[in-house]
Write a protein that binds this ligand. Structure first.
Ligand code: ADP
Ligand code: MG
Ligand code: ZN
Length: 225
């Protein structure tokens, strides 16, 4: 049964890394659960850092979630009595996630989507621009610039930690990225050579792989590489 009588809509939570997107997503979802609304949470399978089965913030707030390979899979898993669907790290999905969010909203589901609006170069990230355009509500969060303390809207990519250049998985987003404001952000800093390419998720780990630019290990994540 679809909730045709309920007003479905799309809420976006965006901003830089460390801006509190996941914290805010978890806060909204937990409030819905308190009101006994059935909540389901999804994230791209690449984001298995802190826990494969949770969405978890840098500040350790978390909620159960289901990793999915593609956005379309979300539709297969959403149950008829689900009132709220949360999607974290939406920037890593392809454009299909826009149609998925729209379909759910038309069914009467409240869809809350969190994701990076900009990649580390400061360019719009994957499906986020279209998600922002079709949504009913946008919350743009900022972090604190690690250089000057101003509100930070950008994610600065730092050099890979020494000694970890060859490892497949480098734990610790804090070593790889930091929040910066527009004026302290250096889009071209930390861009590696042909052999070492980093794929970063928003939650704490980067993977470095021996691939050439444009051949990301996870196609939907290639904008971050
Ligand atoms: P996001 O999902 O946007 O990456 P999280 O919700 O996972 O953000 O984490 C937000 C938390 O990150 C903050 O509450 C704070 O504890 C921590 N944090 C680390 N660096 C910063 C920073 N530069 N500015 C603000 N918060 C930061
Ligand atoms: Mg997050
Ligand atoms: Zn700054």
């Amino acid at each position: 049964m679809f909730h045709k009588s309920l007003p479905g809509f799309i809420e976006i939570i965006c901003g830089s890394m460390f801006s509190g997107k996941t914290e805010e997503l978890v806060r909204r979802l937990k409030r819905a659960q308190i009101a006994r609304q059935k909540v389901q949470v999804f994230k791209p399978a690449i984001d298995n850092r802190y826990s494969a089965e949770h969405v978890q913030s840098h500040d350790a707030s978390k909620i159960m979630s289901r990793p999915v390979q593609t956005a379309r899979e979300i539709l297969d898993h959403v149950e008829d009595n689900t009132r709220v669907v949360g999607i974290d790290e939406a920037q890593f999905f392809d454009e299909t996630v826009v149609d998925v969010a729209q379909k759910l909203a038309y069914r009467g589901v409240r869809v809350i989507v969190a994701g990076l609006d900009l990649d580390f170069r400061g360019q719009p990230f994957g499906p986020m621009p279209r998600l922002l355009a079709v949504s009913e509500s946008v919350t743009k969060l900022s972090a604190v610039c690690m250089v000057c303390g101003a509100p930070a809207s950008r994610s600065q990519r730092l050099a890979a930690p020494a000694g970890n250049e060859d490892s497949k998985v480098v734990v610790g987003a804090k070593d790889m990225y930091e929040a910066r404001c527009r004026f302290c952000h250096e889009p071209d800093a930390g861009v590696d050579s042909l052999v070492s390419e980093a794929v970063q998720t928003d939650v704490g780990v980067a993977m470095t792989t021996s691939v050439r630019p444009g051949q990301g290990v996870f196609p939907a994540a290639s904008r971050m590489t």
